[in-house]
Design a protein around this ligand. Structure first.
Ligand SMILES: O=C(O)[C@H]1NCC[C@@H]1O
Length: 346
């Protein structure tokens, strides 16, 4: 075997959603901030993401996180999130995978029973509280970046679907949030393909009809995800509970309850006075896995926009230790996609 590249990756999933973590073989990209480093990766060939996420090394369900030295004060490490078509500024499921891998592999020393960390992301600094026992992370609570509403009850004309109403909110990426009843689809595993098709059509229309820009970072713009929701109800344990599924381009559903999507939804619920700071909110995925969430604080952005600071608690499990390599004779150094499993070719 003769490789021109050898990248060490720890396989992991958080509540069903894959979040692989690159722990070796890649130097930190240049940049003063994580956002600049992410932009460098994106604009300078995008080869690392394509190498690890596209087939034959990855698949439509794969996310990868590059661990980098921290840049912001008081943080212990940073990570840059790579998804099938995007580099989202933050990601809930990926943050839980990264924290679990950092602690369970000893890259950062674990303190039992609770380890507190601050991690740098392109979207800002997040706080992590990991409950740990016997060398394992039993849960990870991520306190996310400020999350806020952009529009409530906006109208959107979607080819093949009709005119629908949606909310637009930021939770670490911009989401268009749609009541699943408006498109006549229940959030079931059997409907996964139809949810993807409808979600991608809505995303395309919503991006054109509702351009959005983050008030504090104009580099963060445009709707990245469509989230379908079921109404909030009281769950078996007496807490408010809501199911959702988030469509991730080019066409798969988030298997976890989507931390950034839930953060955006909490901003909407808060703006409608349907949830109060400190109240427990259980966010459920299409697989019925859960994040236990709450609004930790209310704040304002530089331009006066009201924001919430949400947290989400879930668990991740390490699935494997891998080395991904490139044989110089391999005809697919940048990978490939086919519409059988990728929905849309990239
Ligand atoms: O939990 C989240 O925020 C994410 N899960 C995959 C897509 C989103 O980044």
């Amino acid at each position: 075997m003769k490789w021109s590249r050898d990248i060490s990756v720890v396989g992991c999933h958080a509540e069903g959603e894959v979040g692989r973590v690159i722990t070796g073989g890649v130097l930190p990209p240049p940049g003063e901030t994580l956002f600049e480093q992410k932009t460098h990766l994106q604009n300078q060939g995008d080869d690392l993401r394509r190498f690890l996420i596209k087939e034959p090394r990855g698949g439509a369900f794969v996310h990868c996180n590059l661990v980098v030295p921290p840049r912001s004060p008081e943080t212990q490490a940073g990570f840059i999130i790579m998804e099938p078509t995007d580099y989202p500024p933050m990601s809930g499921s990926n943050s839980i995978c990264v924290a679990t891998v950092l602690l369970e592999t000893g890259m950062i020393a674990m303190q039992e029973p609770v380890t507190h960390l601050k991690l740098d992301t392109p979207g800002g600094v997040i706080a992590v509280e990991a409950e740990c026992a016997d060398g394992k992370c039993r849960s990870v609570r991520t306190t996310n970046v400020p999350s806020f509403v952009v529009k409530l009850d906006a109208s959107c004309k979607v080819p093949g679907v009709g005119e629908i109403t949606l909310d637009i909110a930021y939770g670490g990426a911009f989401f268009a949030i749609v009541d699943a009843r408006a498109v006549g689809l229940d959030l079931t595993r059997e409907n996964a393909r139809r949810l993807v098709e409808t979600g991608e059509a809505i995303k395309e229309a919503a991006r054109q009809q509702h351009p959005v820009v983050h008030p504090e970072n104009p580099g963060i713009r445009d709707i990245t995800f469509v989230q379908f929701t079921e109404p909030v109800r009281e769950g078996a344990d007496g807490y408010k509970e809501g199911r959702n599924t988030v469509v991730i381009s080019p066409g798969k559903l988030d298997r976890s309850p989507c931390g950034t999507g839930t953060s955006a939804r909490l901003a909407v619920l808060s703006a409608r006075d349907e949830i109060k700071p400190g109240e427990t909110y259980v966010s459920r995925s299409i697989l019925d896995t859960r994040f236990i969430c709450r609004i930790e604080a209310v704040s304002t952005l530089d331009d006066g926009t009201v924001a919430i600071v949400p947290s989400l608690k879930g668990r991740a499990w390490i699935t494997g230790l891998h080395h991904y390599g490139l044989d110089p004779e391999d005809p697919f150094p940048e990978g490939y996609t086919l519409t059988d499993t990728w929905y849309r070719a990239l």
